[in-house]
Ligand binder design. Structure first.
Ligand code: URA
Length: 323
């Protein structure tokens, strides 16, 4: 699980994916009758380019998928994208992209993943904040009866849906429940969960119950093995729906499996962290999984930088240390 320090050998696949995404977008504009594109200003005024953060991780240049960092304390994401109006119609999502191939990154096209163009790509209508808890409860009940992965359904004690606030500004997404989570039915309650809780509370100065915590898989894979591509693909619509209901302003992708699945990439965490991405148009930060941090304490410094990047965008200040 969460072998976050993967290799950098998928640079070409990532480059091809981006080229293809650009081509698909241009073709789609062409089909819509757009014949010319206005030249963009040399440098549109943007609040805070993330160049400094982007440089943190990359030993060699990564194809530009970074987006501008959201302005501190601004509840809306960067200016490259208009947030959808509550009643806005969901847009169609891309369905085919060349896929990277490590075992834990889904091979099948997943319905909607990070958009290079920052378009919000929700499929379902906006859920009013007051109705989110109920919408999530309905979804949780559906998940509890899920048998899309028959062997996981047979081996699980229970499904592990999520924890936290249905109206959270920030959503953490991990990999899959472990033994403790399977027993208790709550994500991130084991040792890695304790570290995540400390990151949220002591590091970010938030309460755990103010954020929303979910996983790529809702069932525990036996022996804590990586989710298979099929399992990730089967479970993805539930996570997609959770994101759509909660509509967090920011996402934090914990570890290679979550980041690889949601960003549709096989790049290592070393290449993904330290810069902004988008998932369904939502600004997203990828960082090391807490379980990896427990095994590799030297990586905590990088993870803390990632959280601080998130905090700056969210307008959060580091809590003062006691004593
Ligand atoms: N690791 C995860 O990715 N998720 C959990 O819920 C627990 C451990």
């Amino acid at each position: 699980m969460d072998a976050d320090a993967g290799t950098d050998s998928d640079y070409d696949a990532e480059r091809l994916r981006l080229i293809r995404e650009v081509r698909q977008r241009l073709e789609s504009l062409s089909r819509a009758g757009v014949e010319t594109m206005p030249r963009s200003p040399e440098r549109a005024p943007v609040p805070r380019p993330v160049v400094a953060e982007a440089a943190v991780a990359a030993p060699r240049p990564v194809v530009e998928v970074k987006v501008e960092a959201p302005a501190p304390a601004a509840p809306t994401p960067p200016p490259v994208e208009a947030r959808p109006e509550p009643s806005s119609k969901p847009k169609a999502t891309p369905t085919t992209r060349p896929k990277p191939s490590p075992a834990s990154v889904p091979q099948q096209p997943i319905a909607a993943v990070g958009s290079l163009f920052g378009a919000v790509e929700f499929k379902s209508p906006y859920v009013e904040p007051a109705d989110r808890a109920e919408a999530l409860a309905v979804l949780a009940a559906e998940v509890a009866g899920c048998v899309r992965c028959p062997s996981l359904a047979a081996s699980r004690t229970q499904t592990v849906f999520a924890d936290g606030s249905p109206t959270a500004r920030l959503m953490f997404i991990g990999e899959a429940p472990g033994a403790d989570e399977d027993r208790l039915g709550v994500p991130f309650v084991g040792k890695a969960g304790q570290l995540l809780t400390d990151m949220i509370t002591k590091g970010m100065g938030l309460r755990r119950e103010d954020v929303y915590i979910a996983n790529i898989l809702k069932c525990r894979p036996p022996e804590n093995r990586d989710p298979t591509p099929q399992e990730s693909s089967n479970c993805f619509p539930y996570l997609e729906r959770q994101i759509e209901i909660v509509r967090p302003e920011y996402l934090c992708l914990l570890g290679r499996v979550a980041a690889g699945t949601l960003l549709n990439t096989a790049l290592s965490m070393g290449r993904l962290r330290g810069r902004w991405h988008r998932v369904f148009g939502i600004p997203a930060v990828a960082t090391y999984h807490p379980a990896y941090l427990l095994r590799t304490p030297a990586a905590k410094k990088d993870a803390w930088e990632d959280l601080q990047m998130l905090m700056r965008a969210m307008g959060l200040v580091t809590p003062k240390k006691k004593g």
